[in-house]
Design a protein around this ligand. Sequence first.
Ligand code: F6P
Length: 325
Amino acid sequence: MSKIKTIGVFTSGGDAPGMNACLRAAVRGALKENIEVYGIEHGYQGMIEGKMHKMTWKSVSGIIQQGGTILKTARSERFRTKEGRAIAYSQLGHYGIDALVAIGGDGTFKGALEFSSEFDVPIIGCPGTIDNDIYGTDFTIGYDTAINTAMQAIDKIKDTANAHDRLFFIEVMGRDAGFIALRSGIATGAEAVLIPETSTDVNRLIAKLERLYQVKQRSCIVVVAEGDDTGGAFEIAKQVGNRFDKYDIRISILGHIQRGGSPTCMDRVLASRLGLEAVHGLLKGKRGVMVGKICHKIIYTPLEKAVKHHNEVNPVLVDMIDILS
Ligand code: F6P
C-alpha cells in the first residue's frame, strides 16, 4: 500500500488548452482513492510562496472545457536556486504534501528533476505544452487544440490572400520545434512550411514561388515556425522580397492565440487520461517519470529522458508539403 496520503498538483510553464482537464482528472482520481489534494497556484513560484489550497470534487467542476489553467502558471527564477527549492520543500512539508503531479513542459520537468534529486518528493509529470516537443508521448496536452487554432487562422488569412493576390508569411509558435507549423501547414495547403528541424534553402523557396507565379498561382501561403533557422517570418519575408518582387507580401504572426481556446475533444480525453494515470502511477510507487501515451499505450518515461531527447518530425509529413502544393 502506498504511503502517499496527500498530493500536490500544479501547472507550470507556458499554459496549454487541456491543462484544466488534466488537473480535473488528477484531483478526482486522487479523491476517488481517498487521497487529499492541494492545488498549488502559479507553479513553482506558488510552491515557494506557500500558495496552496485544498481541492475538492467541486473545485474542478465546469473546467474541462476551459482553456488556460485555474491554478495559474508562471516561470520561477527563484526555483532555479537551491535556496528557493528548499523553501518550496518546506512549504510542502507544512501542508503535509508527500507527492506531486507536475503539468507542464520540459522546463517544468527539468525543475522537477532537480527538486526530486535534492528532496524526497515523488513527482510524476504530465506533458502540457502546445509545442509537442516532449519525448515520451505521441502528443502533448494542448497540441491538438493549438494546431486546430492555427489551421483556422491560416484558413482565414488564405481568404484575404486570395482576394488580394498576396503572398503571406505566417509565423506560428512551437519554440524550437516545428510540429505546429508542419501539421497546420499541411492542413491548410500551404505552399511551403519552414521548420527548425530542416534547414531552409531560400533559393529553393524563391524558385518554387517563381514556378507558382509562372503557372498563374496568384496567392501563396508560407507557414514559418518561430524557431526556424531563417529567423522567423519577418526575416524570411525580407530575404524573399528583396529578390522576388512578383508578389505583394504580407506577414502575420499568430502569437498567443495558439495558447488559448477551449480544448478539443482529443486534448480533453488525452489530458484526462494522463491526469488519472499520473495519480495511479504515484500510488503504484512510480516517481521521477512523465506519463505519456504512445500508440494508444500509457508509457512512463524517466524525466531525464523526457527532457534530454526531442520528438522527431515525421519525414513523410515534411515530404508531403512539396508533393501536394
Ligand atoms: O512553450 C509554449 C510557448 O507558447 C512557445 O511555443 C512560445 O515560444 C513560448 O511559449 C512563448 O512564451 P511566453 O508565453 O512566455 O511569451
